[in-house]
Design a protein around this ligand. Structure first.
Ligand SMILES: [Zn+2]
Length: 470
């Protein structure tokens, strides 16, 4: 739509309010704002209209407040978006958001929430910053290695936006205290990395009546879902499902890998953290509430960095009629949570230490280092090719353990190591677990083999302190 130009001085050709709405390209000018003020019906005081608007806003947000002049400038780029507007910005300013975990998910999520003007941000983490965190946990710095993560992130957030309040909780979430903390907030973000904390956070959100934005990331993949939204008391089908509705049983403990074990790409977990912040902003600034007639069915977003397409979404069911937390038959109550009688570690299971070998089938890293290197010993390194390329002992043979005994045995056979030629075989891996499985497989074939206890972790501690600590 072409811009209108004044034909003659003194005659206003500014677009009317209707024309303004039709044309996205028109820009307001000082003249237009003066004109619109002049167009208020007689008897209307602009200050009265503004005050009434604020009162309506305060009633809707449940809290008072207004934007100060600097905030219009700081938040102007999102303020002019219809999805936010003044209504949404005031809601953000009045909002209190808790992030449990200030790592790869929590750092970017907190940054965008602070940037967006969320008035109070709670940061909870009992861990300290480590050097291996820095490639993805972008709120921490080299100089803050050793500092509590929540404290470190607070420094970052205050330098980003010193108009907001940041509350720090320098401990891990416990069932006994979860409700006390959650009740101080409007919304919770699960930025942790283990099933035990995911179930605990979800249960506490249901019992405290808070919506939950939950995300996870490992290797090159991530997941995101908004739960208990809208929050409703247990048994009310109008409420959104909880984590237990979506994942009623925890994954087998041996299948749960940490980022230290499985690896993680920084931008992958960063993507999921940013998406958490986005969903949080959407929940906080939402202008509509869900229909009471239709059960809420959230979407599980699945991100896979090396797939095409990278994003997929799966529609989930609403609340489960037999959910242990959010149904009318729920066994999880505020009392059971606070009393500490719910054992989340036992519920999720604990993977027992791998112990597959007799004492005679083991050798320490120190003892292995003292063996003669005369060809009578052969070391099989069962780490994957990527880790083997990072560092390896000279003369070792790389035959990765993928979890399949048959595949491993076939690979060993192809390398000619199953022949009984008097050689003593040794197995090694990063921490000494997979190599036990490999040694057990070879022992079952009556092969002379011993496993290096503790793997390369022990090698670095006992024999070679320069061995890469990756
Ligand atoms: Zn549920």
């Amino acid at each position: 739509m072409p811009r209108l130009k004044p034909k003659r001085r003194g005659i206003s050709t500014e677009p009317t309010k209707v024309e303004c709405q039709r044309s996205g390209s028109m820009r307001p000018s000082p003249l237009s704002s003066r004109t619109s003020a002049q167009m208020l019906p007689s008897g209307f005081d602009k200050r009265v209209v503004w005050r009434e608007h604020l009162l309506r806003m305060q009633a809707r947000t449940g809290r008072g407040g207004h934007l100060v002049r600097d905030e219009y400038k700081r938040y102007g780029r999102q303020l002019i978006m219809p999805e936010v507007g003044l209504h949404g910005q005031l809601r953000l300013k009045n909002a209190r958001v808790l992030l449990v975990g200030v790592g790869g998910l929590g750092c970017p999520a907190a940054a965008y929430l602070a940037g967006a003007g969320v008035g109070t941000i709670g940061l909870m983490d009992g861990d300290t910053v480590e050097e291996s965190n820095l490639h993805r946990q972008v709120a921490h710095t080299t100089s803050r290695v050793g500092m509590n993560k929540a404290e470190s992130a607070r420094e970052y957030l205050k330098s980003l936006n010193n108009t907001i309040t940041v509350n720090v909780y320098k401990s891990h979430l416990s069932p006994e205290h979860a409700l006390d903390v959650f009740r101080n907030f409007d919304l919770v973000l699960d930025c942790t990395d283990h099933p035990t904390s995911r179930y605990l956070i979800s249960d506490a959100c249901v019992l405290a009546g808070k919506p939950l934005v939950s995300a996870s990331a490992l290797k090159t993949e991530g997941q995101l879902i908004v739960l208990n939204n809208p929050p409703a008391p247990p048994g009310d089908p109008a409420g959104g499902p909880c984590y237990r509705c979506v994942f009623p049983t925890p994954p087998p403990p041996e299948s749960v890998l940490s980022c230290g074990e499985g690896g993680i790409l920084g931008p992958v977990v960063g993507t999921m953290g940013v998406l958490q912040a986005l969903e949080a902003v959407k929940v906080l600034t939402s202008k509509t509430s869900a229909s009471k007639d239709e059960p809420v069915r959230p979407t599980l977003l699945i991100f896979s960095a090396y797939s095409h397409p990278q994003f997929r979404s799966v529609r989930m069911r609403g609340r489960r009629a037999d959910c242990a937390c959010c149904s009318s038959q729920a066994s999880i109550t505020p009392q059971s949570l606070i009393s500490g009688s719910l054992d989340y570690v036992a519920f999720c299971g604990v993977s027992a230490p791998v112990d597959l070998l007799e004492a005679n089938d083991r050798v320490s890293a120190t003892a292995f280092s003292q063996l003669p290197r005369d060809g009578s010993n052969t070391l099989i390194d069962v780490r994957d090719e990527t880790q083997y390329a990072i560092c390896a002992l000279r003369g070792s043979i790389n035959i990765p353990w993928s979890g399949s005994a048959a595949a491993f045995l076939e690979n060993v056979r192809q390398r000619g190591l199953l022949t009984q030629d008097g050689r003593q075989l040794y197995t090694v891996c990063r921490f000494g677990n997979d190599s036990q499985s490999a040694a057990r497989t070879l022992l079952n074939e009556a092969v002379n083999v011993k496993n290096i206890t503790g793997g390369f972790e022990a090698w670095r501690k006992e024999v070679d302190p320069t061995w890469p600590d990756y």
